[in-house]
Design a protein around this ligand. Structure first.
Ligand SMILES: C[S@@+](CC[C@H](N)C(=O)[O-])C[C@H]1O[C@@H](n2cnc3c(N)ncnc32)[C@H](O)[C@@H]1O
Length: 266
């Protein structure tokens, strides 16, 4: 069952209402309630979460060069360790690039916890299984995650260019602005942060009109698989997309399915 105590669908925000088509700077990212977001989106694992893990692991297994460890960045990580779990077995280093101070603090604290939350145990279990049989992986990913990860506070628009081998991005470029031009600039910055020939993996909400976290509204650009593919065609070759769990009604605030994209940076 979806928890509705702090994040609610289809309810107007009480204390902030940016204009329609507002951009990234019009939202109060510093007030992003990380724990409320975690509880709402990941408190009760959903079959679509397991699907996104399997898609990401499959793409990570094939990230080039396949016989080497990779420098990986995850962009807009938020209160979500799933992309880090998916990258960990292939990673030499793992940069966690997040904008909101609240999420940066939450991520740092989460990685230092002695006990993994049951949700992370579930998601790591799905990740491990997806990496079988090629990769023997430990029961507990947290020591490896702590050793390889560096959390950085920064905007997607300020990513250094050609700095990593592989980049992942789950629900960020479309979920931080209501403006098409900013979405396209964010995708360009994401695609260019890996070397030419590097691997891109990203998940995008489709047909979402925004989400509310603990009474603060956050934007989402309403996209289709075709519109995402046409933006990435400028920056990547060999683009593949998969449509996952796309339904007419919302499953969680602003969520009614997603598109998973992979490609090779130009
Ligand atoms: C919908 S959340 C997605 C969080 C997480 N990746 C997930 O899969 O659940 C959107 C994320 O984008 C981040 N964000 C907002 N503005 C950003 C910016 N300018 N650059 C990078 N990330 C940004 C937010 O702080 C938040 O973590």
């Amino acid at each position: 069952m979806i928890q509705e105590h702090a994040v609610s669908a289809n309810r107007p925000p009480e204390n902030d209402s940016p204009p329609s088509q507002a951009g990234n700077a019009d939202y109060q990212w510093a007030r992003f309630d990380s724990e409320a977001y975690f509880q709402h989106y990941y408190g009760e694992p959903h079959a679509d979460d397991d699907r996104v893990i399997r898609c990401a692991v499959e793409a990570m297994k094939h990230a080039l060069p396949v016989d080497a460890k990779l420098d990986v960045v995850d962009v807009g990580t938020g209160p979500n360790l799933i992309p880090l779990f998916c990258a960990l077995p292939r990673a030499r280093s793992l940069t966690v690039w997040e904008y909101a101070e609240s999420n940066v603090a939450w991520l740092e604290a989460e990685m230092l916890r002695d006990e993994m939350r049951p949700q992370w145990r579930h998601f790591w279990g799905v990740t491990r299984e997806a990496y079988q049989p090629e990769y023997p992986l430990p029961d507990d990913p947290m020591p490896g995650l702590r050793a390889k990860s560096a959390v950085r506070q920064g905007s997607i628009f300020d990513l250094p260019q050609r700095a990593w081998d592989t980049a992942t991005m789950f629900f960020c470029a479309e979920s931080m602005t209501g403006r098409q031009d900013e979405f396209e600039a964010a995708c360009a910055a994401f695609a260019r942060c890996v070397r030419s020939g590097g691997t891109l993996l990203a998940a995008f909400l489709v047909r979402s009109a925004g989400y509310v976290v603990a009474d603060h509204s956050f934007p989402c650009l309403s996209l289709s698989a075709e519109s995402i593919e046409s933006v990435f065609a400028r920056h990547a070759r060999g683009i593949k997309t998969e449509r996952i769990g796309i339904v007419e009604r919302e499953i969680r605030s602003g969520y009614s399915g997603f598109v998973f994209l992979t490609g090779t940076a130009r």
